[in-house]
Structure formats: C-alpha cells, structure tokens
Ligand binder design. Structure first.
Ligand SMILES: NC(=O)c1ccc[n+]([C@@H]2O[C@H](COP(=O)([O-])OP(=O)(O)OC[C@H]3O[C@@H](n4cnc5c(N)ncnc54)[C@H](O)[C@@H]3O)[C@@H](O)[C@H]2O)c1
Length: 276
C-alpha cells in the first residue's frame, strides 16, 4: 500500500504519463525496406491487437490479408486500409486451410504469418466440462498449429518466411480463473520452439510475441476496472499502460529481415510485468 501511494506522488510530481506518448507514433515511423510489398497474413485481424497489426503492415507497404469472424469490423478495416478481409472461423480447420490456399494464390505466397487470434474467456475451474475445455484450446492453440503447418511448405518453397505466434504472460503469472487459456498459451511456448527446429533448415523462422496487459476494446469492455488498472501499473517496471501499437511494433521487427538471426524465441512486450 505504501508503494502505491509513493507512486501516485511521483506521478503528480513529475507528471509521468499514463500512456507512453513516445510510442504512440505512426506505424511507419520506422520503415523496414524488406516489408515493402511483402505478403502478410494475420489471423483475428479485425479488432484489438490484430487491427493494429493490419494497420502497421499496411503502413509498411506490405500486401496484407486478414481472417476474422467479425464481419462488420473486418469490412470497415478493409475499406479503411486496403487490406483484404476474409470471413473465416478459425475453429473450422478445413476453412482455415482453404483461406490460406486462397491468400497464397492471390498474393503469390505468404512470407509472414501472424497467428494473432485468441480469446481470453474465463471459466470456473470446478465447473468446466470437456466440451468447453476443448473449445478453449481450439480458440487459443489449434489454429496457431494448423495455420503454421499450412503456410510452411509455401514458405519453404520461396526459401523462407517468418511465423509469429501470439503468447501471453498469463501462464507465466499463473493467473487463476482461466486455465484453458493459460494452458493453450503455455503450449504455444513449446510449439514455437519445436517449429523453429522443424522449419529452420528451410529458412522459416518461428518466434512468439508475449504481450503483457494490453489496453484493447475487449479488455476495457469486459475486464478492466480502475483497481486492475492501478494494479498493472504497480506491477510493471514501466509506469504506463501498453497499447496494441507496442505489440505491432514488435511484429514488424519479427516480420522484417532485421530479425533474420532470431528464431525459437519469446519476445516480451509486457513493460516488465513478469519481472516480479
Ligand atoms: N489484450 C491483452 O492484454 C493480451 C495479453 C496477452 C496476450 N494477448 C493475445 O493477443 C492476441 C490478440 O488479443 P486481443 O486482446 O487483440 O483480442 P481481441 O478479442 O480484442 O481480438 C481478437 C480478434 O480475434 C478474432 N477471433 C476470435 N475468435 C476467432 C475465431 N474463432 N475465428 C476468427 N477470428 C476470431 C476476434 O473477432 C477479434 O477480432 C490473442 O492471441 C491474445 O491471447 C492479448
């Protein structure tokens, strides 16, 4: 408690911003030449972090397609950015495979895949049934595997590519009330490392972004309270709230040739949340 009030005092004293305005720079404040014209596919791209990923790669001059089930948001984002939106439910692996074939045909292959989609649905540990459990794993794990599998041959044929998985700090923190989600997200850690070994010889890199507490519409609407907000600030080393843009900037680096030496690794974007 004492720490909290000290922190409030500093903020008043030095006017430390709640949001790091230095990071609220345009998506093209850094230009990666290798991303110009690069073919990119993003899952769950219609809203939240995914929408920021779409905007960020478009701003780099990449050719971008994204998959989502949110048709109004996907249509709006496509009209605004010029990225191609495909209505695809990632729970349907056959539909996911077909969508990937279609993007490969339309964009002459896929060089960057961002496995972004996920859903941090909560559930009572005591009452979860097998069907709900499997659905949580399917929403947060299965499509990351099958999308990676589906793009791998095409990437190998064009002598390389970058697959970016989306993890979460939640399993590292052992957060209660979301066992399905944290189980899936911890599995992505192992999957990333195995796929990096599996695909490395063909020039395909596989890395994982591990976001901390990111302010998105869904988080604000469903979970965020002033108490939780203050708690994150207290636990983080950096005293501002992270936005989708912070995650997108890491994805640009991992999609570009500037990260050519990186594979099989977790890239934390958590403002130091897991340092504790
Ligand atoms: N926001 C955070 O604080 C946070 C923290 C850690 C990790 N993450 C991870 O980042 C990724 C993006 O999270 P977000 O906060 O932007 O989530 P979000 O809910 O705001 O957006 C997720 C998007 O995925 C889409 N989607 C969900 N299920 C789908 C399905 N079955 N088929 C197709 N599309 C589907 C949704 O329609 C939505 O557009 C997720 O993998 C999430 O686990 C987020």
């Amino acid at each position: 408690m004492q720490q909290k009030s000290m922190f409030r005092d500093w903020r008043l004293l030095y006017s430390i911003p709640l949001c790091n305005t230095a990071m609220n720079t345009p998506h093209d404040s850094v230009k990666y030449r290798s991303l110009e014209n690069r073919s990119v596919l993003i899952t769950g791209g219609a809203s939240g972090i995914g929408a920021s990923l779409v905007e960020a790669f478009v701003a780099q001059g990449s050719r971008v397609s994204f998959l989502d089930v949110d048709v109004p948001a996907g249509t709006e984002l496509s009209a605004r950015t010029g990225a191609t939106f495909m209505n695809c439910d990632l729970l349907d692996i056959a539909a996911l495979r077909a969508a990937i074939r279609a993007v490969e045909a339309a964009q002459q292959g896929i060089a960057v895949l961002v496995n972004n989609a996920g859903k941090d649905d909560r559930q009572e540990f005591k009452s979860i049934e097998p069907e709900a459990w499997r659905r949580l794993l399917a929403l947060n794990l299965d499509h990351q595997f099958f999308a990676s599998q589906a793009v791998s041959a095409g990437m190998a044929a064009q002598a390389g590519g970058s697959i970016i998985m989306m993890g979460s700090v939640s399993w590292m923190r052992g957060r209660p009330g979301m066992a399905g989600y944290t189980t899936a997200k911890s599995a992505i850690n192992g999957l990333t490392r195995t796929l990096a070994r599996e695909l490395g010889p063909s020039g395909v890199r596989v890395n994982c972004i591990v976001p901390g507490a990111i302010l998105t519409e869904r988080q604000r609407k469903l979970w965020l309270t002033p108490e939780l907000d203050a708690q994150f600030l207290e636990l983080q080393s950096l005293k501002f709230r992270l936005t989708a843009q912070h995650v997108a900037k890491m994805a640009l680096f991992l999609g570009s040739d500037e990260s050519a030496g990186c594979t099989g690794a977790n890239f934390m974007v958590d403002a130091g949340l897991t340092q504790n």
